[in-house]
Design a protein around this ligand. Structure first.
Ligand SMILES: *Cc1c(COP(=O)(O)O)cnc(C)c1O
Length: 385
């Protein structure tokens, strides 16, 4: 396999594509055989139970996306027009958009450098400044790396604010031995196509409170009142997961730990491969165990500033060899749709903006062969010559 170039593979190297195993089809077949194609059914019920057991939380509602889970979490908090919600700034837009669905107003909280997630110090500034006016905090665990969850939970407790944990990217990651997706009052995970396990599309709301999850299921199925005819006292949504999709999820869950082990190997190999280069891999806390969903790198500031090596140059070099990579999420405070929102940081810094400027997400597909990753590493190395 020596001297093999990506050209020899012909096939595209993906950032993170679905990895199916076969058991998924077994559960889907069962749904066909019993004609439980729709609506809900055994796969949905079992997937909810199996996921609750895996994560270690009391109650779950299977939904058609992670975004739907976040929207229902926002509704459970009772966010209304004008309510303030502190949100992770460096994240995918789906973390923060559901606040707008209910007329809430985001305050974007800058990242710290140890996990790239919400900076507790910046969060406290916002909580102090708007004491009594902030209704919720939404923290995301970026690229599968747990945030400083203990500090964030304590702050939410101290200021009487509800915590929503966006664990869409971090399923199976742990913080001090505890699974992410259990730290918030309401928590969300996603089974979108490129997540660590996928159902083609889907998500889940997780909570310690049974009543909350029951209410979410009610909203998710068009908010039908218990009457023989179609009666509605509230606005409902069509947010439930189908029994077919849940079957895929049950099969995938059997391989979640395997996916995480492989993702970690990929991360370690990059770290090793870039050892002497002015590159840092996305960092994590010693007492946390990420799921390594995406391996990301940042380039030394000087090289980026003088334009010698930039994330975009590396992205294009990879693309020319049929290798997919992706810019870091563009921070929310830099998004045109959110120009008029407040951004709270520490010491006038913009950590999220800095990571965005210097960072790149590298191919992290669990099916990527070691020899292929060797070539990916070589292409990146050549950009520094
Ligand atoms: C993927 C993702 C979501 C949304 O999940 P969908 O299932 O795609 O709706 C939310 N937050 C983060 C951080 C994500 O990466």
């Amino acid at each position: 396999m020596k001297n093999m170039r990506i050209d020899d593979f012909h096939e595209k190297v993906w950032l993170s594509s679905p990895t199916m195993h076969g058991e998924e089809l077994h559960y889907v077949q069962e749904a066909f055989d019993t004609n439980w194609v729709a609506p809900l059914g055994k796969n949905v019920n079992e997937f909810e139970k199996e996921m609750a057991a895996y994560v270690g939380i009391g109650h779950t509602a299977a939904l058609n996306s992670g975004t739907a889970a976040l929207h229902l979490a926002i509704k459970l908090v009772g966010i209304q027009a004008g309510d303030l919600v502190c949100c992770s700034d460096l994240t995918f837009a789906a973390t923060v958009n559901p606040v707008s669905y209910e007329g809430g107003v985001q305050i974007f909280i800058d990242s710290e450098r140890e996990t790239w997630n919400m900076n507790p110090e910046a969060l406290e500034r916002a909580l102090k400044k708007y004491r009594g006016k902030i209704k919720a905090v939404i923290v995301a665990n970026l690229y599968g790396t747990p945030a400083k969850l203990e500090e964030i939970v304590s702050l939410c407790d101290a200021y009487g604010v509800t915590l929503i944990e966006d664990a869409a990217e971090s399923l199976s990651a742990t913080y001090k031995g505890r699974q992410t997706g259990t730290f918030g009052k309401y928590n969300c995970i996603s089974f979108n196509g490129n997540k660590i396990i996928t159902t083609s599309g889907g998500g889940m709301l997780l909570s310690h409170e049974e009543e909350a999850v029951q209410k979410a299921r009610f909203w998710a199925t068009q908010a039908r009142d218990p009457a023989p005819w179609y009666q509605h006292s509230e606005t409902g949504y069509n947010y439930r997961m189908s029994n077919i999709v849940a079957g895929i999820g049950r099969g995938q869950l059997l391989h979640l730990d395997e996916h995480r082990r492989r993702k970690k190997e990929i991360y370690i190999k990059y770290k090793e491969g870039f050892k002497e280069l002015p590159i840092e891999m996305n960092p994590y806390l010693e007492d946390s165990e990420p799921n390594f969903w995406l391996s990301c790198m940042t380039i030394d500031r000087k090289l980026v500033e003088n334009g010698r090596v930039t994330p975009e140059k590396i992205r294009i070099a990879l693309q020319e060899k049929n290798v997919e990579s992706r810019p870091i999420w563009k921070p929310m405070h830099l998004q045109p749709v959110y120009v008029n929102r407040e951004f709270v940081s520490v010491g006038g810094e913009d950590v999220g903006g800095d990571i965005f400027t210097r960072g790149l997400c590298l191919p992290s597909d669990v099916k990527m062969a070691e020899e292929v990753q060797d070539v990916v590493i070589e292409i990146v190395r050549e950009c520094f010559e």
